[in-house]
Design a protein around this ligand. Structure first.
Ligand code: ITT
Ligand code: MG
Length: 169
């Protein structure tokens, strides 16, 4: 029987990242709540959002694997960085987490984030594009398209699958 992986988001950058790494698995997507702020503001909160999504995916499905990917922002000294976390939960109770690449955000984003509430709104206004979050993402914009949001999440999912494989070898 083919094992099922459920990704807790309909965002194509996240779904494709899981498909890239779990190419031999059936991959389904499910909208699940992160149960953290719409815009997490720390590593801790972003990671918890990823864990909540991963666990939310596996409930009720025996033998399945749930994955949560969550974007947030966090400070390093006085610079605001984009941060990303992933979590993988199994029906057997295993849990693995890993973080993704970080990149500094423009200084003016701090004030704008407080007004707009969500980075996606600030990004669309900054780039004069629509739905940056579902395409290249902030990381794509600020790396001049060298690293896309899907690339970044693909690396996070590799870190998750690698840990799962190591634990079960
Ligand atoms: O449908 P979901 O899975 O929620 O996908 P999302 O794009 O909203 O992604 P997250 O909830 O994980 O992101 C958390 C917040 O950070 C924003 N965000 C994170 N990374 C971003 C990016 O690369 N580009 C634009 N917005 C981003 C996003 O708008 C959310 O407010
Ligand atoms: Mg979201």
């Amino acid at each position: 029987m083919q094992q099922t992986v459920i990704i807790g988001s309909k965002n194509p950058t996240k779904v494709e990242a899981v498909r890239n790494v779990f190419s031999n698995f059936e991959v389904n997507s499910l909208e699940v709540p992160s149960n953290v702020s719409v815009q997490p503001f720390s590593d801790e909160e972003t990671r918890i959002g990823a864990i909540n999504r991963a666990k939310g995916c596996i409930s009720g499905e025996a033998g399945s694997i749930g994955i949560g990917l969550e974007g947030g922002v966090m400070y390093v000294d006085d610079t605001l960085f984009l941060c990303n976390w992933g979590a993988l939960a199994t029906a057997d109770g295993e849990l693995f987490t890993a973080s993704g690449a970080r990149i500094a955000l423009p200084k003016e984003f701090e004030k704008e984030l407080k007004t707009a509430g969500e980075l996606s709104v600030v990004m669309d206004a900054y780039t004069k594009k629509e739905n940056v979050r579902s395409h290249e993402g902030a990381i794509g914009i600020f790396t001049n398209n060298l690293v896309s949001r899907e690339d970044m999440f693909t690396h996070v999912v590799q870190l998750l699958k690698g840990q799962l494989d190591f634990a079960n070898k």
